[in-house]
Design a binder for this molecule. Sequence first.
Ligand code: HEC
Length: 277
Amino acid sequence: MHMPVSMLFSDAASDPSPWLEVFGRAHPVLLHSPLGLLPALLLLEFGALLLRKEPPRGAILAVAWLCALSAAAAAASGLVLAGEDGYSGDTVGQHKLLGLTLGGLCVLAAILALLADRRAFRVVLVLACGVMIPAGHLGGNLTHGADFLFKPLAAKTAAPEKPAQPEHPAEPSTAPADTVPTYAAQIVPILERTCTKCHNEDKQKGELLLTTVDGIRAGGDNGPVFVAGKPDESPLVQRCELPLDDDDHMPPEGKPQPTAEELATLRAWIAAGAKFE
Ligand code: HEC
C-alpha cells in the first residue's frame, strides 16, 4: 500500500494523524505476538536443556528477533493509544511502565541471543516472562475493567445461596411511578453495568467520570451531563435514547445497553432532582 509519509504525521499539532490513531488502536492485536513468542522462546531454550540437547540456536535467534520487533511495535502502539483521549490514572501508568520494560527486555534478549554464552540471555528471557504477566494483567484490566477477572468469584462468595438470576434481570431497579429511585441503590448499579467500563478513573472517555458523585456532577468534554428535573435535557438520558446507529448513542453500539426499565429509572431519578443522598 502506498501512502505519503506526510500522512503518518500530523500537520496540525493538536490533531493526531488518523493513521497514527489506527496504529494505536492496533495495540491489542500487536501485543499478542510477543505474548506468544516469549513462552515459545522459553520452551525452545529450556526445553532443550531439559532434554539435555543443544538449544536450536537458529530457531531461537529467529524467534527472538521476531519477538523483539513485535514487542517494540506493541510498546510504540501502546504509547500512541495511551495518548488518546480518555486514558489516565494509576493502571495506565503502571501498564505503560511494565510494557516499556517488557519491550526493552525483548530487544535485549534478542541481542543477547547472538552471544555464545547463554547465561545472560536466559536471565533476561525469564525476567521478560515475569514482567509479561503483570503487564498483560493490567492491560486486561484497562480493557475489561479492574474487577473483570475475579468478578465471577466475588459474585459467588457474596451470595452463595442466591438462586439463579431472576427471569427479569432489570426487575430490582424498576422504579414504580410513585417512588423516587435512589442514587446508591438504583442508579449506581445501572451505571456500573452499562457505563463505567469506559467512564472510570483509568479510562475517562469524553473526559467523563461516572464512578464518583463528583465526576457525574462535573460532566464531560461538553459540559454537564444532567439537568436536575429535566431528563429530556440531560445528555445522560438523551444519549441513551438516540437511535443505536447514531454516532453519539451511548453506550456505543455492540456494548451492553440499559434496559427500558433502567432508562425509566434514570429518567425518574433525574426528574426528581438527581439527588445523590
Ligand atoms: C464502550 C465505551 C463506552 C461505554 C460503555 C459508554 N460510553 Fe459514554 N462515551 C464513550 C466515548 C468514546 C465518548 C466520547 C465520544 C463521544 O462523545 O461520543 C463518550 C461520551 C459520553 C458522553 C459525552 C461526554 C461529553 O461531555 O462529551 C456522555 C454523556 C456519555 N458518554 C454517557 C454515557 C452513559 C450514560 C453510558 C452508559 C449508559 C455510557 N456513556 C457508556 C464511550 C462509552
